[in-house]
Design a protein around this ligand. Structure first.
Ligand code: ZN
Ligand code: FE
Length: 239
């Protein structure tokens, strides 16, 4: 069963403004924890203290301030190591471990593959737990949307999304922000079976005060307008 060895808790940060997600993740076999995209100190520390978690790593997807804001405070508090994309290590404070595309890293017994996904930023990386079927997509892929092109080209973003599309349909993805609500109207305007399934899931989870993620990549591929485009030519026209 996927996901069984990894516990993943979404922590909403910058609530009501940027609605970032940090994720506190724990490899259950070893008990080792990490924070993916340490956005804001207070909600992360609050969760960790409540659950007596002492994270050993921060896993950073890219250098933007809303994804690294808590890095140094968490490093000081927990003595953890900051893991970040090699291409952006000069832009991120306190990096201990810099990872390149194709590198492997381990959280206890859980192996992580590093996938370069340029477009939002030049060096943005994805953290992919192939065995657990879990993918952290930062600001590359959101529910029903993608991240803006701050440093990359549409061609680079298209190539990055192609990499994501090649991953198995039953991989669950965890984005860097809760932006799902912006895409819901589009689902209503085109009420296919898949769109209605997505809508039901999203509304149900949002009403319970939960994150919309995780959504399986298979469903996302059928409903996210940016993933549905198969040709670079058509994709580039969007920008
Ligand atoms: Zn960003
Ligand atoms: Fe962001």
């Amino acid at each position: 069963m996927p996901d069984m060895t990894l516990k993943i808790e979404p922590i909403l940060c910058h609530k009501g403004t940027m609605n970032n997600y940090a994720y506190v993740i724990t490899d259950k076999k070893s008990g080792i924890s990490a924070v993916v995209d340490a956005s804001e100190t207070e909600p992360i520390v609050q969760y960790c203290e409540k659950h007596q978690i002492k994270p050993e790593y921060v896993l950073t997807t890219h250098h933007h301030f809303d994804h690294v804001g808590a890095n140094m405070e968490l490093k000081e508090k927990y003595g953890l190591k900051i893991v970040a994309p090699d291409m952006e290590k000069h832009l991120i404070e306190g990096v201990d471990i810099a990872l390149k595309s194709g590198d492997e890293f381990a959280l206890g017994e859980s192996k992580i593959q590093i996938i370069l996904a340029s477009g939002h930023t030049k060096g943005h990386i994805l953290y992919y737990f192939a065995d657990e079927k879990v993918l952290f997509t930062g600001d590359v892929l959101f529910n029903l949307a993608i991240g803006g092109l701050f440093e990359g080209t549409p061609e680079e973003m298209f190539a990055s999304l192609e990499k994501i599309k090649q991953l198995p349909d039953d991989v669950n993805f965890y984005p860097g922000h809760e932006y799902t609500e912006y895409g819901l109207q589009r689902l209503l305007n085109n009420p296919t079976d898949e769109n209605m399934e997505y809508l039901r899931l999203a509304v149900n989870r949002l009403q319970q005060g939960k994150s919309v993620s995780p959504i399986a990549l298979g469903l996302e591929k059928k409903c996210n307008p940016y993933l549905k485009i198969d040709s670079l030519k058509d994709f580039v026209r969007l920008f």
